[in-house]
Design a binder for this molecule. Structure first.
Ligand SMILES: [Zn+2]
Length: 301
């Protein structure tokens, strides 16, 4: 197929074909080209080695080829896509946005049925199709038990939900589960928030988008904190947990007094802090404290 196009275009590679190709080695080229949509310096050597695994030619050769084809030109201390290359970048962007939309819908539909491992499979398939195996908006590589932790959201019974109707709790859990599954947080369009939910979650200091955002954020943090605590409590390697979190103008005094403090696992305060008065809710996390070598008692002594 590629050879046929090369012949048709007299050796010129058709950028539109690359942008729409199903072959990783082909569409990866347009993803690299798109990186230079604004004047940008080339990737560092570590990132170039990752690119070299998916490009048909070494990274510097690809940039040279793009320039020869008139798709890329030097700009500042890097490069920028030319007017000739721009349509390929735009076509590729439409394609990646569509892939993201489809994957997010798939995850949403799976989680609406509490099918968490199926949802994680959809995420993995989506990320595996990206040239470097990682989308720029998703969280870090999920741990082995990731979908099981996501699943716990659906079974949570917690004071965070006090006073809310079952319908609102269900809606909020689904939003939080989607974010947990993707390892990313995002704000909703107001039209995506059902009127009943908007009424129940209305907050005197926040608009409704922010109000539901921080409610879901607290739920994600809760299952992750529970997971951290459960993981370390039975083990021998971690004796202490540190409470870490955001310290900004929205951090309340109650949370601030615990920030940076370390506790024995069995004595660590429960998170989220019940006394938290921040409009965002408690943003504190448990961080396992790795023991320094000299603190570990030697059996020989
Ligand atoms: Zn807190």
């Amino acid at each position: 197929m590629m050879q046929l196009f090369k012949n048709l275009f007299g050796g010129q590679v058709d950028g539109m074909m690359l942008a729409q190709s199903q072959e990783l080695k082909e569409y990866a080229q347009i993803e690299l080209l798109a990186y230079f949509a604004e004047p940008t310096a080339p990737h560092d050597s570590t990132a170039q080695r990752a690119w070299n695994r998916v490009l048909p030619k070494p990274y510097p050769d690809m940039l040279a080829r793009f320039q020869k084809q008139g798709w890329l030109a030097p700009a500042g201390n890097g490069y920028q896509v030319t007017a000739q290359g721009r349509p390929f970048v735009e076509a590729y962007r439409r394609r990646t946005e569509e892939a993201k939309r489809t994957a997010m819908q798939g995850v949403h539909d799976a989680l609406a049925q509490m099918m968490t491992s199926e949802a994680l499979t959809i995420r993995r398939q989506y990320e595996n199709r990206t040239p470097l195996g990682k989308a720029d908006w998703t969280g870090p590589e999920p741990p082995m038990n990731h979908s099981a932790v996501t699943r716990r959201i659906f079974f949570l019974d917690h004071w965070l939900f006090d006073g809310l109707s079952p319908e609102t709790v269900k809606w909020l859990k689904l939003y939080a589960a989607e974010e947990h599954l993707w390892g990313a947080f995002w704000r909703l369009d107001p039209a995506q928030i059902p009127p009943q939910v908007a009424q129940e979650l209305a907050h005197p200091e926040l608009d409704i988008v922010e109000a539901v955002y921080w409610r879901a954020h607290a739920i994600v943090l809760l299952v992750d904190n529970q997971e951290t605590w459960q993981r370390v409590k039975g083990g021998d390697h971690v004796r202490r947990l540190e409470i870490v979190g955001v310290n900004d103008e929205h951090t309340c005094e109650h949370c601030r007094q615990h920030l940076g403090k370390q506790y024995l696992v069995a004595r660590v305060p429960e998170l989220p802090h019940r006394g938290c008065t921040s409009p965002y809710g408690c943003r504190c996390r448990y961080e396992p404290v790795l023991e320094a070598i000299e603190e570990i008692p030697l059996m020989a002594n």
